[in-house]
Design a protein around this ligand. Structure first.
Ligand SMILES: [Zn+2]
Length: 214
């Protein structure tokens, strides 16, 4: 395809020769546009590909926003337990997961960065700050666990530390736990099971979008 010599863009008809000419975009971009706009054009030029690429980017942004909003509502269904796993559970151990938050800062993982607003902006009350930082950490652990292919975190440990001195001291919350994949989903209640499966599916979709738009 790419070695066909066009005089004008086969999509928009703009001339590829002369002073006001345009250039064809690389094949990978053509494939990308065709795939996401369900088109079957042979080529696009820099002129006509630009609005098409923006449209695709807008679609991705909207999809991402929708997925993240839904994830915010249901991410807490991924259990974070301080105990070891219940005796009857069958599971695989995946890896250790850790999370840290300092009051005022948000998530550390890229995927969950946009979750920030969900927890609102920080309040001055210490208890609320602690709860806020703790929630951020837990959500972060959950996201990391799901990205490892897991569906629960066990043996979680929480540490609260004050860092800095005088008026600049900040609260730091650290959590560490073990991400596991519970192999028999029957161990979860029906409602939790559905939510957990949805969290995993949505996370996979987000990762696919991230890969696609890299
Ligand atoms: Zn064109």
């Amino acid at each position: 395809m790419s070695n066909i010599n066009y005089d004008k863009c086969p999509n928009c008809g703009k001339s590829l020769k002369g002073f006001f000419s345009t250039e064809l975009v690389v094949q990978s971009k053509v494939d990308f546009i065709n795939k996401h706009l369900k088109e079957n054009k042979e080529a696009y030029c820099t002129n006509c590909s630009s609005p098409l690429l923006s449209k695709i980017a807008d679609n991705f942004r909207k999809q991402k926003g929708d997925i993240e909003n839904r994830l915010k509502q249901i991410i807490h269904f991924i259990p974070v337990m301080t105990s070891p796993t219940p005796v009857k559970w069958e599971y695989e151990v995946l890896d250790m997961v850790t999370a840290q938050t300092t009051s005022g800062t948000g998530f550390v993982t890229e995927l969950s960065r946009s979750f920030n607003d969900f927890f609102g902006s920080g309040s001055n009350a210490s208890n609320e700050k602690i709860a806020y930082a703790t929630n951020l950490c837990k959500a972060d652990l959950r996201v990391k666990c799901v990205r490892l292919g897991g569906n629960a975190i066990i043996s979680t440990d929480i540490d609260f530390n004050e860092i800095g001195s005088g008026s600049t001291n900040m609260l730091m919350v650290c959590m560490a736990g073990t991400a596991i994949r519970v192999t028999d989903m029957e161990n979860f209640s029906a409602k939790n099971r559905d939510a957990i499966i949805e969290v995993i599916e949505l996370t996979e979709q987000l990762e696919a979008i991230n890969r696609e738009t890299k």
